[in-house]
Design a binder for this molecule. Structure first.
Ligand SMILES: Cc1ncc(C[n+]2csc(CCOP(=O)(O)OP(=O)(O)O)c2C)c(N)n1
Ligand SMILES: [Mg+2]
Length: 363
């Protein structure tokens, strides 16, 4: 397909196992043997995460969240890569990895706290081996490499999966992370979701070459995968993580996908991209192809699809109820955990703010 529209160039140069029409193919380097139960379970993950994400967007529109970064369209990249992790592996997300959080067993309600402004994170990274959401673009790749170098020194049976976006590849932090990962052969996999946009900046403004080829210059392999194919994302990430655990060093995975929604709820993509582009990507929907595969292969019946939809709606109701029930934090709590040790400036600000609150009296 020849086009100047971002994200619509030829896509034959990537690993794909499941075509948009649900046809299953093979790849010599990425064998994947899934049972029907595993396939239906991946489908369930995809549907539930999309439903959760949709509820979060609605909550923001109704004033219950300050902001939300939707993962619509990127569910396969996130579930495929997230399901490739073992319990001992550690993941470092951006702010959009709701599907990965799901795979790590983070309660979806806990993802909402920061966006509702009631906490600074919402979960303990050590409980889930899933770091806190990171909004400073690319910095989590450095955290991930540092963690991976620790894993290497501990000689632990684990790898790190560090997430980043296409725009982040232009960030200094990310390039430094690549240098360190390559030079130290760190057990880290960089999973770049190339969703074609960095807010309103198209992919063309980030690189003259496909992103996965950047890895060459840092001395480790790069591979592009169909980011809307959950099977391919699972197979490619599994292999890269296994390589990292066995001492073969880092891999850069470029998951070629598309941000179907706005950058965040504060953004209006109709200002900078064409409807035509969205239509092209709708035909590559990550969920529809798994459903088509299940149906064509008779892996499940209509009852299964009805049950998953009902479970998704129940999840939406549950998340909404729990979100509205989140208690407002004590205003003084924002001064906690700023520094490990006593800090004079923070203490002064704490004192001033307490005096300000007291000026309102008791009522
Ligand atoms: C260091 C830094 N610079 C700028 C921003 C503002 N910003 C927030 S998201 C974003 C674009 C990121 O695009 P990409 O890496 O492609 O990730 P995506 O949002 O598409 O998932 C920018 C520039 C930021 N959060 N941090
Ligand atoms: Mg992007």
């Amino acid at each position: 397909m020849e086009s100047t529209t971002p994200g619509t160039q030829a896509t034959s140069d990537y690993v794909q196992l499941l075509a948009p029409d649900g046809t299953l193919g093979e790849h010599p380097d990425y064998p994947l043997d899934l049972t029907p139960a595993e396939i239906t379970s991946l489908y369930r993950d995809l549907v539930l995460v999309r439903r959760f994400d949709q509820e979060a967007v609605a909550l923001q529109r109704q004033g219950e969240l300050g902001l939300w970064a939707s993962c619509l369209g990127q569910e396969a990249a996130q579930i495929g890569s997230g399901r490739a992790l073992t319990d001992a592996d550690m993941a470092f997300p951006t702010y959009r990895e709701h599907g990965v959080a799901w795979c790590r067993g983070v309660d979806p309600v806990d993802l909402l706290g920061m966006f509702r402004g009631v906490n600074h994170g919402g979960w303990d990274p050590a409980d889930h081996n899933f770091h806190l959401y990171t909004i400073v673009i690319g910095s989590q790749t450095l955290h991930g490499v540092g963690y991976a170098m620790g894993v290497q020194r501990d000689e632990a049976e684990a790898a790190v999966l560090a997430y980043l976006g296409d725009g982040a590849t232009s960030q200094g932090d990310v390039n430094e992370a690549f240098v360190w990962a390559g030079a130290f052969n760190a057990p880290v996999v960089f999973f770049c979701q190339n969703n074609q946009w960095a807010i309103s900046a198209p992919m063309e403004r980030q690189s003259r070459i496909p992103l996965h080829r950047r890895a060459d210059g840092f001395g480790f392999p790069g591979i592009r995968v169909d980011g809307n194919d959950v099977f391919a994302c699972l197979a490619v990430t599994r292999k890269a993580l296994a390589d990292a655990r066995s001492g073969a060093g880092p891999t850069l995975i470029e998951a070629y996908t598309y941000r179907m929604g706005a950058h965040t709820t504060s953004d209006d993509p109709t200002r900078y991209r064409l409807r035509e582009e969205l239509e092209i990507w709708k035909s590559r929907d990550p969920i529809a192809r798994v459903r088509a595969h299940i149906t064509a292969g008779g892996l499940a019946d209509d009852q299964f699809f009805r049950e998953v939809d009902a479970e998704a709606d129940e999840l939406g109701r549950h998340v909404r109820k729990r979100c509205l029930e989140m208690p407002d934090p004590d205003p003084m709590a924002m001064f906690e955990h700023v520094y490990v040790d006593h800090n004079r400036l923070v203490e002064e600000e704490r004192r001033q703010y307490a005096a300000y609150l007291e000026s309102f009296g008791d009522e």
